[in-house]
Ligand binder design. Structure first.
Ligand code: PEP
Ligand code: MN
Length: 354
Protein backbone atom coordinates (compact mmCIF):
# COMPACT_ATOMS: atom_id res chain seq x y z
CA UNK A 1 0.00 0.00 0.00
CA UNK A 2 1.24 3.53 -0.75
CA UNK A 3 -0.01 6.60 1.10
CA UNK A 4 0.29 9.84 -0.87
CA UNK A 5 0.30 12.99 1.32
CA UNK A 6 -1.14 16.34 0.22
CA UNK A 7 1.42 18.81 -1.22
CA UNK A 8 2.92 20.73 1.70
CA UNK A 9 1.36 18.50 4.38
CA UNK A 10 2.98 19.52 7.68
CA UNK A 11 5.42 17.23 9.48
CA UNK A 12 2.94 16.67 12.32
CA UNK A 13 0.42 15.12 9.90
CA UNK A 14 3.11 12.89 8.38
CA UNK A 15 4.21 11.79 11.86
CA UNK A 16 0.62 10.93 12.82
CA UNK A 17 0.20 8.73 9.73
CA UNK A 18 3.52 6.95 10.37
CA UNK A 19 2.57 6.44 14.03
CA UNK A 20 -0.77 4.86 13.09
CA UNK A 21 0.93 2.49 10.60
CA UNK A 22 3.59 1.46 13.13
CA UNK A 23 1.07 1.02 15.94
CA UNK A 24 -0.57 -1.72 13.81
CA UNK A 25 2.76 -3.56 13.57
CA UNK A 26 3.34 -2.57 9.92
CA UNK A 27 6.41 -0.85 8.48
CA UNK A 28 6.36 2.69 7.03
CA UNK A 29 8.94 3.88 4.49
CA UNK A 30 8.86 7.65 3.98
CA UNK A 31 9.97 9.02 0.65
CA UNK A 32 10.13 12.82 0.20
CA UNK A 33 9.70 14.31 -3.28
CA UNK A 34 9.94 17.96 -4.30
CA UNK A 35 6.20 18.55 -4.02
CA UNK A 36 4.84 15.57 -2.13
CA UNK A 37 5.77 12.92 0.37
CA UNK A 38 4.71 9.32 -0.06
CA UNK A 39 4.77 6.51 2.50
CA UNK A 40 5.26 2.89 1.44
CA UNK A 41 3.50 0.52 3.83
CA UNK A 42 4.49 -3.12 4.27
CA UNK A 43 1.91 -5.27 6.04
CA UNK A 44 -1.24 -7.33 5.56
CA UNK A 45 -3.70 -6.29 2.78
CA UNK A 46 -6.39 -6.00 5.49
CA UNK A 47 -4.52 -2.99 6.92
CA UNK A 48 -5.93 -0.84 4.13
CA UNK A 49 -9.37 -0.82 5.69
CA UNK A 50 -8.30 -1.37 9.29
CA UNK A 51 -6.01 1.68 9.44
CA UNK A 52 -8.50 4.00 7.79
CA UNK A 53 -5.62 6.17 6.58
CA UNK A 54 -7.55 7.89 3.80
CA UNK A 55 -9.57 9.78 6.41
CA UNK A 56 -6.52 11.21 8.21
CA UNK A 57 -5.53 14.88 7.94
CA UNK A 58 -2.94 15.51 5.22
CA UNK A 59 -3.61 12.24 3.32
CA UNK A 60 -4.37 12.73 -0.38
CA UNK A 61 -4.79 9.11 -1.60
CA UNK A 62 -4.17 5.56 -0.45
CA UNK A 63 -3.19 3.18 -3.25
CA UNK A 64 -3.47 -0.58 -3.06
CA UNK A 65 -0.39 -2.20 -4.62
CA UNK A 66 -0.86 -5.89 -3.88
CA UNK A 67 -4.07 -7.84 -4.62
CA UNK A 68 -6.88 -7.18 -2.12
CA UNK A 69 -7.40 -10.93 -1.67
CA UNK A 70 -4.78 -13.19 -0.19
CA UNK A 71 -5.43 -16.96 0.09
CA UNK A 72 -6.90 -17.28 -3.41
CA UNK A 73 -4.25 -15.07 -4.99
CA UNK A 74 -1.52 -16.42 -7.27
CA UNK A 75 0.87 -14.49 -5.02
CA UNK A 76 -0.06 -16.96 -2.24
CA UNK A 77 0.45 -20.01 -4.46
CA UNK A 78 2.26 -19.91 -7.79
CA UNK A 79 1.13 -23.29 -9.16
CA UNK A 80 -2.51 -23.61 -10.19
CA UNK A 81 -4.75 -25.71 -7.93
CA UNK A 82 -6.68 -28.83 -8.80
CA UNK A 83 -9.98 -29.37 -6.98
CA UNK A 84 -11.05 -33.01 -6.59
CA UNK A 85 -14.76 -33.84 -6.59
CA UNK A 86 -16.03 -37.17 -5.31
CA UNK A 87 -14.79 -39.85 -2.94
CA UNK A 88 -11.07 -40.13 -2.29
CA UNK A 89 -9.32 -42.37 -4.77
CA UNK A 90 -12.14 -42.08 -7.32
CA UNK A 91 -12.54 -38.32 -7.48
CA UNK A 92 -12.75 -36.24 -10.64
CA UNK A 93 -10.18 -33.44 -11.03
CA UNK A 94 -10.95 -29.88 -12.06
CA UNK A 95 -7.81 -27.95 -12.81
CA UNK A 96 -4.80 -27.57 -15.09
CA UNK A 97 -3.95 -30.36 -17.52
CA UNK A 98 -7.46 -31.81 -17.55
CA UNK A 99 -10.81 -30.71 -18.90
CA UNK A 100 -14.02 -31.41 -16.95
CA UNK A 101 -17.54 -31.30 -18.30
CA UNK A 102 -20.29 -30.75 -15.75
CA UNK A 103 -23.72 -31.26 -17.31
CA UNK A 104 -27.26 -32.03 -16.29
CA UNK A 105 -30.70 -30.58 -15.90
CA UNK A 106 -31.12 -27.01 -14.69
CA UNK A 107 -33.63 -28.36 -12.15
CA UNK A 108 -34.43 -31.87 -11.03
CA UNK A 109 -38.05 -32.50 -12.05
CA UNK A 110 -38.37 -36.29 -11.66
CA UNK A 111 -36.23 -39.41 -11.35
CA UNK A 112 -36.81 -40.30 -15.01
CA UNK A 113 -35.95 -36.81 -16.29
CA UNK A 114 -32.79 -36.66 -14.16
CA UNK A 115 -31.63 -40.12 -15.21
CA UNK A 116 -32.30 -39.23 -18.85
CA UNK A 117 -30.34 -36.00 -18.53
CA UNK A 118 -27.49 -37.77 -16.73
CA UNK A 119 -27.20 -40.34 -19.52
CA UNK A 120 -27.09 -37.58 -22.10
CA UNK A 121 -24.46 -35.78 -20.01
CA UNK A 122 -22.31 -38.90 -19.65
CA UNK A 123 -22.61 -39.56 -23.37
CA UNK A 124 -21.28 -36.07 -24.06
CA UNK A 125 -18.25 -36.73 -21.85
CA UNK A 126 -19.43 -35.34 -18.52
CA UNK A 127 -18.01 -36.76 -15.32
CA UNK A 128 -20.03 -34.52 -13.02
CA UNK A 129 -23.81 -34.13 -12.96
CA UNK A 130 -25.39 -30.77 -12.26
CA UNK A 131 -28.98 -30.61 -11.02
CA UNK A 132 -30.87 -27.98 -9.08
CA UNK A 133 -32.85 -28.93 -5.98
CA UNK A 134 -33.22 -25.32 -4.80
CA UNK A 135 -33.70 -22.85 -7.63
CA UNK A 136 -33.13 -19.11 -7.14
CA UNK A 137 -35.86 -17.77 -9.42
CA UNK A 138 -36.52 -14.16 -10.34
CA UNK A 139 -40.24 -14.71 -9.91
CA UNK A 140 -41.77 -16.31 -6.82
CA UNK A 141 -44.39 -17.78 -9.17
CA UNK A 142 -41.78 -19.86 -11.03
CA UNK A 143 -40.81 -23.44 -10.14
CA UNK A 144 -38.60 -23.28 -7.05
CA UNK A 145 -37.17 -26.82 -7.10
CA UNK A 146 -38.06 -30.05 -5.34
CA UNK A 147 -35.76 -29.57 -2.34
CA UNK A 148 -34.65 -32.72 -0.51
CA UNK A 149 -36.65 -35.00 -2.84
CA UNK A 150 -34.48 -33.73 -5.68
CA UNK A 151 -31.31 -34.38 -3.69
CA UNK A 152 -32.43 -37.99 -3.14
CA UNK A 153 -33.01 -38.40 -6.87
CA UNK A 154 -29.55 -36.98 -7.60
CA UNK A 155 -27.98 -39.43 -5.16
CA UNK A 156 -29.80 -42.35 -6.85
CA UNK A 157 -28.72 -41.17 -10.28
CA UNK A 158 -25.13 -40.96 -9.04
CA UNK A 159 -25.43 -44.64 -8.04
CA UNK A 160 -26.81 -45.56 -11.45
CA UNK A 161 -24.36 -43.60 -13.60
CA UNK A 162 -21.20 -42.97 -11.55
CA UNK A 163 -21.53 -39.23 -12.12
CA UNK A 164 -20.78 -37.15 -9.03
CA UNK A 165 -23.31 -34.54 -8.08
CA UNK A 166 -23.04 -30.73 -8.16
CA UNK A 167 -26.05 -28.94 -6.64
CA UNK A 168 -26.86 -25.38 -5.71
CA UNK A 169 -27.56 -24.13 -2.21
CA UNK A 170 -29.34 -20.82 -1.69
CA UNK A 171 -29.90 -20.78 2.07
CA UNK A 172 -27.17 -21.12 4.74
CA UNK A 173 -29.60 -23.31 6.72
CA UNK A 174 -29.57 -25.91 3.89
CA UNK A 175 -25.78 -26.19 3.49
CA UNK A 176 -25.45 -29.32 5.65
CA UNK A 177 -28.39 -30.99 3.93
CA UNK A 178 -27.13 -30.29 0.41
CA UNK A 179 -23.59 -31.28 1.40
CA UNK A 180 -24.85 -34.60 2.77
CA UNK A 181 -26.12 -35.57 -0.72
CA UNK A 182 -23.96 -33.61 -3.18
CA UNK A 183 -20.25 -34.02 -3.96
CA UNK A 184 -19.85 -30.33 -4.77
CA UNK A 185 -21.86 -27.31 -3.68
CA UNK A 186 -22.78 -24.67 -6.23
CA UNK A 187 -23.17 -21.03 -5.26
CA UNK A 188 -25.12 -19.35 -8.03
CA UNK A 189 -24.58 -15.92 -9.53
CA UNK A 190 -27.41 -14.38 -7.51
CA UNK A 191 -25.73 -15.45 -4.26
CA UNK A 192 -22.09 -14.64 -4.99
CA UNK A 193 -22.15 -11.96 -2.32
CA UNK A 194 -24.47 -13.72 0.10
CA UNK A 195 -21.89 -13.52 2.87
CA UNK A 196 -23.77 -15.76 5.31
CA UNK A 197 -23.87 -18.45 2.61
CA UNK A 198 -20.16 -18.01 1.81
CA UNK A 199 -19.42 -18.33 5.51
CA UNK A 200 -21.46 -21.49 5.89
CA UNK A 201 -20.06 -23.16 2.77
CA UNK A 202 -16.54 -22.16 3.81
CA UNK A 203 -16.98 -23.88 7.18
CA UNK A 204 -18.56 -27.04 5.67
CA UNK A 205 -15.40 -27.96 3.75
CA UNK A 206 -17.05 -29.53 0.66
CA UNK A 207 -15.71 -28.59 -2.79
CA UNK A 208 -17.54 -25.50 -3.97
CA UNK A 209 -18.22 -23.97 -7.36
CA UNK A 210 -18.59 -20.21 -7.06
CA UNK A 211 -20.31 -18.47 -9.92
CA UNK A 212 -19.49 -14.88 -10.78
CA UNK A 213 -22.29 -12.49 -9.87
CA UNK A 214 -24.00 -10.80 -12.79
CA UNK A 215 -22.80 -7.38 -11.64
CA UNK A 216 -19.53 -8.47 -10.05
CA UNK A 217 -16.08 -7.27 -11.01
CA UNK A 218 -13.27 -9.80 -11.08
CA UNK A 219 -11.95 -8.40 -7.78
CA UNK A 220 -15.36 -8.76 -6.10
CA UNK A 221 -15.61 -12.35 -7.37
CA UNK A 222 -12.17 -13.22 -6.00
CA UNK A 223 -12.98 -11.52 -2.70
CA UNK A 224 -16.11 -13.69 -2.46
CA UNK A 225 -13.85 -16.72 -2.98
CA UNK A 226 -11.56 -15.33 -0.29
CA UNK A 227 -14.46 -15.48 2.21
CA UNK A 228 -14.79 -19.23 1.56
CA UNK A 229 -11.01 -19.80 1.67
CA UNK A 230 -10.62 -17.76 4.84
CA UNK A 231 -13.00 -20.14 6.62
CA UNK A 232 -10.69 -23.04 5.81
CA UNK A 233 -12.11 -24.28 2.51
CA UNK A 234 -9.74 -23.78 -0.42
CA UNK A 235 -11.47 -26.35 -2.66
CA UNK A 236 -13.02 -23.64 -4.80
CA UNK A 237 -13.71 -23.66 -8.53
CA UNK A 238 -14.65 -20.33 -10.07
CA UNK A 239 -17.36 -20.25 -12.74
CA UNK A 240 -17.65 -17.43 -15.28
CA UNK A 241 -21.29 -17.27 -16.41
CA UNK A 242 -21.53 -13.90 -18.12
CA UNK A 243 -22.11 -10.44 -16.76
CA UNK A 244 -24.84 -7.88 -17.35
CA UNK A 245 -23.84 -5.28 -19.93
CA UNK A 246 -25.76 -2.83 -22.16
CA UNK A 247 -26.27 -5.71 -24.63
CA UNK A 248 -29.70 -7.27 -24.32
CA UNK A 249 -29.54 -9.69 -27.27
CA UNK A 250 -28.19 -12.39 -24.96
CA UNK A 251 -29.08 -13.01 -21.30
CA UNK A 252 -25.59 -11.95 -20.23
CA UNK A 253 -22.29 -11.18 -21.95
CA UNK A 254 -19.70 -13.92 -21.55
CA UNK A 255 -16.52 -12.29 -20.29
CA UNK A 256 -13.96 -14.42 -22.09
CA UNK A 257 -11.09 -12.25 -20.90
CA UNK A 258 -11.93 -13.17 -17.31
CA UNK A 259 -10.74 -16.75 -17.96
CA UNK A 260 -7.03 -16.06 -18.60
CA UNK A 261 -7.13 -13.01 -16.34
CA UNK A 262 -8.39 -14.89 -13.30
CA UNK A 263 -5.94 -17.71 -14.02
CA UNK A 264 -3.18 -15.13 -13.67
CA UNK A 265 -4.59 -13.42 -10.58
CA UNK A 266 -5.59 -16.60 -8.75
CA UNK A 267 -4.48 -20.23 -8.47
CA UNK A 268 -8.11 -21.47 -8.46
CA UNK A 269 -9.54 -23.44 -11.40
CA UNK A 270 -11.95 -21.58 -13.70
CA UNK A 271 -14.82 -23.18 -15.58
CA UNK A 272 -17.33 -21.51 -17.89
CA UNK A 273 -21.11 -21.76 -18.03
CA UNK A 274 -22.10 -20.89 -21.60
CA UNK A 275 -25.74 -21.86 -20.94
CA UNK A 276 -26.79 -19.10 -18.55
CA UNK A 277 -25.10 -16.30 -20.47
CA UNK A 278 -26.34 -17.30 -23.92
CA UNK A 279 -29.91 -17.96 -22.81
CA UNK A 280 -30.45 -19.61 -26.21
CA UNK A 281 -29.45 -23.06 -27.37
CA UNK A 282 -27.84 -22.11 -30.69
CA UNK A 283 -25.10 -19.97 -29.10
CA UNK A 284 -23.96 -22.45 -26.49
CA UNK A 285 -21.59 -24.57 -28.59
CA UNK A 286 -19.78 -21.57 -30.16
CA UNK A 287 -19.34 -20.05 -26.69
CA UNK A 288 -18.17 -23.40 -25.31
CA UNK A 289 -15.56 -23.66 -28.07
CA UNK A 290 -14.36 -20.12 -27.30
CA UNK A 291 -14.14 -20.91 -23.58
CA UNK A 292 -12.03 -24.01 -24.23
CA UNK A 293 -9.74 -22.00 -26.55
CA UNK A 294 -9.40 -19.28 -23.90
CA UNK A 295 -8.08 -21.90 -21.46
CA UNK A 296 -11.10 -22.82 -19.32
CA UNK A 297 -10.60 -25.80 -17.01
CA UNK A 298 -14.09 -27.08 -17.76
CA UNK A 299 -17.67 -26.29 -18.74
CA UNK A 300 -21.01 -26.28 -16.92
CA UNK A 301 -23.92 -26.94 -19.28
CA UNK A 302 -27.67 -27.54 -18.95
CA UNK A 303 -28.94 -30.67 -20.72
CA UNK A 304 -32.48 -32.03 -20.70
CA UNK A 305 -34.04 -35.13 -22.28
CA UNK A 306 -37.15 -33.15 -23.23
CA UNK A 307 -36.29 -29.42 -23.39
CA UNK A 308 -39.70 -28.51 -24.83
CA UNK A 309 -41.33 -29.55 -21.58
CA UNK A 310 -38.61 -28.47 -19.14
CA UNK A 311 -39.86 -26.63 -16.06
CA UNK A 312 -36.81 -24.32 -16.05
CA UNK A 313 -34.57 -22.97 -18.83
CA UNK A 314 -35.86 -25.29 -21.59
CA UNK A 315 -34.88 -22.92 -24.45
CA UNK A 316 -31.24 -23.07 -23.37
CA UNK A 317 -31.00 -26.77 -22.52
CA UNK A 318 -29.00 -28.93 -24.91
CA UNK A 319 -30.30 -32.13 -26.47
CA UNK A 320 -30.01 -33.77 -29.88
CA UNK A 321 -27.81 -32.18 -32.54
CA UNK A 322 -26.46 -29.37 -30.34
CA UNK A 323 -25.47 -31.82 -27.63
CA UNK A 324 -23.69 -34.00 -30.20
CA UNK A 325 -21.80 -30.88 -31.34
CA UNK A 326 -20.86 -30.06 -27.76
CA UNK A 327 -19.66 -33.64 -27.26
CA UNK A 328 -17.41 -33.40 -30.27
CA UNK A 329 -16.02 -30.00 -29.17
CA UNK A 330 -15.30 -31.41 -25.70
CA UNK A 331 -13.58 -34.44 -27.23
CA UNK A 332 -11.53 -32.62 -29.86
CA UNK A 333 -10.58 -29.18 -28.53
CA UNK A 334 -9.14 -29.69 -25.02
CA UNK A 335 -6.28 -31.90 -26.34
CA UNK A 336 -5.28 -29.00 -28.61
CA UNK A 337 -4.95 -26.93 -25.44
CA UNK A 338 -2.79 -29.61 -23.79
CA UNK A 339 -5.62 -31.01 -21.67
CA UNK A 340 -6.82 -34.57 -21.19
CA UNK A 341 -10.51 -35.16 -20.59
CA UNK A 342 -11.12 -35.77 -16.86
CA UNK A 343 -11.58 -39.54 -16.84
CA UNK A 344 -15.10 -40.87 -16.46
CA UNK A 345 -15.33 -43.04 -13.40
CA UNK A 346 -17.77 -45.61 -12.03
CA UNK A 347 -19.96 -47.76 -14.23
CA UNK A 348 -21.26 -45.20 -16.66
CA UNK A 349 -24.61 -46.09 -18.25
CA UNK A 350 -24.12 -43.74 -21.15
CA UNK A 351 -25.58 -43.20 -24.53
CA UNK A 352 -22.91 -42.81 -27.20
CA UNK A 353 -22.95 -39.49 -28.96
CA UNK A 354 -20.69 -39.19 -31.96
C1 PEP B 1 -27.92 -22.28 -12.60
O1 PEP B 1 -26.77 -22.65 -12.91
O2 PEP B 1 -28.85 -23.09 -12.43
C2 PEP B 1 -28.22 -20.84 -12.46
C3 PEP B 1 -29.32 -20.43 -11.88
O3 PEP B 1 -27.31 -20.03 -13.00
P1 PEP B 1 -26.79 -18.58 -12.48
O4 PEP B 1 -26.61 -18.70 -11.00
O5 PEP B 1 -25.50 -18.44 -13.22
O6 PEP B 1 -27.81 -17.59 -12.90
MN1 MN C 1 -30.48 -23.21 -16.00
Amino acid sequence: MVVVMNPGAPQAQLDAVVARIESAGAQAFVSRGLARTIIGVIGEPSLRTELNLSGMPGVSTVLQVSAPYKLVSSQAQAERSTVWVGPEGRAVPIGPGTFTLVAGPCAVESALQTLGAARLAAGAGATLLRGGAYKPRTSPLSFQGMGEDALKILADVREATGLYVVSEVIDPADVDLVASYADMILIGATNMQNFALLDSVGRRGKPVMLKRGMQATVDEWLLAAEYVAQRGNCQIVLCERGIRTFETATKATLDLSAIPLVQRLSHLPVVVDPTHCAGRRDLIVPLARAAIAAGADGLLVDVHPDPENALVDGPQALAGAELRELASAVRQLPPLMGRLPAQPCGQMASQTLS
